[in-house]
Design a protein around this ligand. Sequence first.
Ligand SMILES: [Zn+2]
Length: 395
Amino acid sequence: MTVLLIRNVRPLGGAAVDVLVAQGRIAALGPDLATPADALQEDGGGALLLPGLIEGHAHLDKTTWGGPWYRNAVGPTRMHRIDNERAWRSATGHDAAARSLALARAYLANGTTRMRSHADIDPDIGLAHLRATLRTAALLAPHLEIQVVAFPQSGVVRCPGVAELMDVALAEGAHVVGGIDPCQIDRDPVAQLDALFGLVEKHGKPLDIHLHEPGEMGAFSLDLILERTEALDLRGQVTISHGFCLGMIGATERDALLARMARMDVRIATTAPAASAVPPLAICHAAGVTVYGGNDGIRDSWTPYARPDMLDRAMHIGLRNALRRDDELDVALDCVTVSAAHGCGFADYGLVVGARADLVLVDAETTGQAIVATPVRRLVVAGGEIVARDGALLD
Ligand SMILES: [Zn+2]
């Protein structure tokens, strides 16, 4: 395996150091490191050094990335988008394996070295998208580590057979139990959540549930999720994706829910959408709740927007939460780095000796500038090897 010495880089904009990479790990970090005889040398040229970026909420299987433009004419509700996607997929023979690989490679070229991606499971496609995403994960495994969520996009209770398919998916290697809007989609929250938590218990795998439900409805579902998390002692095993309700309900009710989330280390994954209420980042942090970032869908039948670039997503998190100061921009960066590692459970992370050598070099003075300018990734090291240069993957 490559021994790599990168000279003259500034970790998070600090003083210049050298970084020695060996056996896929950061072996040393400091000024004027000695050069091992077998080392490949890179001149960092004073670039800003970031740890590998982390995508906490993606849908690789849905994307049209690398294919023709999708002309979106979908109706206004979430159910319209769900039904539209299923019709489009079956009409076009959408290739989830090829498209997920194309998008995952674009993420890697932009310095994303770890990711959580939800893969649809429904009565039409069964496990085809899940297996396609697992295949992409296996192909990129040495460099981009992908957790795959068994995601019942169309519901669990209203789609007979989906809970059983999720059970098979988790036995086949899916890493996380998914879920969605137990009231709004399934119209039977107790039945959906009992099924999902049954899978969590059976497989010993974490839960990541989409909760778009507004206001009191979402707060009720969140209460049911927390009730089960507490009863089963699933500390650190549950993520609420979106959690829009936390940006809608009154402060007293919100703070009581956040206190319970902090006690059980229940995390929030936010995409910081421009047009929805969002969990308020500063208030969640003050309550001790981990918040991390994700793009959600990228150029699929749901949305024409987004890019596979976690610095860009950090900028959206900053915009949505009115972060201006440089120390506040560091909080946005944290959402796609350290908090995302904690939130998704990626170990051996960071710019420290012994961590997996996932390194990103950009031309920027500070981390704040890196977020707002989203400079081309000058060099990406993933799992100890150089995988991309000047924004392009090396093949
Ligand atoms: Zn999603």
